[in-house]
Design a protein around this ligand. Structure first.
Ligand SMILES: Nc1ncnc2c1ncn2[C@@H]1O[C@H](COP(=O)(O)OP(=O)(O)OP(=O)(O)O)[C@@H](O)[C@H]1O
Length: 327
């Protein structure tokens, strides 16, 4: 697990953008899509890679596949420089872009796979074995003869994931693999990815706007914004850096004025029930003890912060370098 598989050292990507600003007038501007980005991913890890729109996620993945060349820094995948040896690397990586398909639109699904078999020069036995496995686990048997354009989004996505895995890649880059899928299809895709990771040890870098993907699949999450790494650690750790709050719901014997115990503050009162927000890192037990000592307490419960709210808050305040938290 501890061999470094993906390695970025102060990687930069700057785009030159020309914009028409008037008749014969053009403005040149530089967009720093990825800004001094450093991280490593060990072989066999499944990592979530998240950030708001335009944060630089796709640009990172494109550099990792060799489609884009970094403007600066050092980048290696399996010891290979993707820009210099894109073809050699292609045999070892799989890519799924949720919003685009790599399948041939008018052909039955199986024909796309046959074409890939030849394109990647996959040995016959290996191709058969991988295809059988994907067909079984992704439930593709009834879909193989169906032209891709007739597949539903969820079916096509499963078809695309299989296509990315026929050549046994060591790493899989997934860009929004569950976008637009219904609950059942999402569950199938997640289960498949989990199995792929545990059974085959495939390294997975997962970009998604669906935090449940991350919660269910990744023990580690990287948050990127304005091309910079804002957080790298377990999902649970985001609570602390996101300055999130937990809520204590207190039932008193009778209606009373708002409870006064710092640092908690009352955010809602409904008859004898009061809601108190307090910093997530504070001990709930200490707070409860103080309330019990001073107020006629009947019942209480603690509500954990919603991770979506934590991340939204983090994105909102993520413009300054001062808030970068990379343990
Ligand atoms: N080919 C390009 N030319 C110019 N600017 C680009 C190019 N590709 C990306 N950008 C810019 O770089 C920044 C990062 O874009 P990128 O697509 O990597 O973000 P993202 O995190 O993948 O966003 P999303 O979640 O919307 O897909 C954006 O400001 C984008 O406009």
């Amino acid at each position: 697990m501890d061999t470094v598989f993906i390695e970025l050292d102060r990687v930069e990507k700057v785009f030159d953008v020309r914009r028409r600003t008037g008749f014969l007038k053009r403005e040149r501007r530089q967009v720093r899509a990825v800004d001094s980005l450093s991280f490593t991913v060990p072989r066999g890890e499944m990592v979530g890679y998240i950030g708001p729109n335009g944060a630089g996620k796709s640009t990172t993945i494109k550099m990792l596949t060799g489609i884009l060349t970094p403007s600066g820094g050092r980048l290696r995948v399996a010891g290979i420089d993707p820009t210099r040896e894109r073809t050699r690397l292609a045999r070892r990586i799989g890519v799924v872009f949720g919003q685009r398909t790599t399948l041939w639109w008018d052909l039955p699904l199986i024909d796309s796979y046959k074409l890939m078999h030849r394109m990647y020069r996959i040995p016959d036995a290996r191709y058969r074995e991988n295809l059988d496995r994907c067909v079984e686990l992704l439930e593709l048997a009834d879909l193989l003869e169906v032209p891709v354009r007739q597949l539903s989004l969820g079916q096509r996505m499963r078809g695309d994931i299989a296509a990315a895995l026929l050549h046994d890649p060591e790493v899989l880059y997934l860009d929004e693999p569950t976008i637009g899928l219904d609950v059942i299809s999402k569950a199938k895709v997640r289960e498949f990815l989990r199995e792929l990771n545990t059974e085959r040890g495939t390294t997975v870098l997962l970009t998604t706007h669906d935090l449940q993907d991350i919660e269910q699949l990744c023990s580690r999450v990287m948050v990127i914004d304005h091309g910079r790494l804002m957080y790298d650690g377990p999902l649970a750790g985001l609570h602390e850096v996101g300055e999130s709050e937990r809520t204590l719901v207190v039932d008193l014997e009778r209606e009373l004025p708002p409870i006064d115990v710092a640092p908690a503050r009352v955010v809602k009162v409904e008859g004898p029930r009061q809601w108190l927000a307090f910093p997530a890192h504070e001990s709930a037990a200490a707070l409860v003890a103080r309330i019990a000592a001073e107020y006629p307490l009947v019942d209480l419960s603690v509500r954990e912060p919603d991770i979506e709210a934590v991340i939204a808050k983090m994105y909102a305040g993520a413009s300054g370098a001062a808030q970068r938290v990379v343990p």
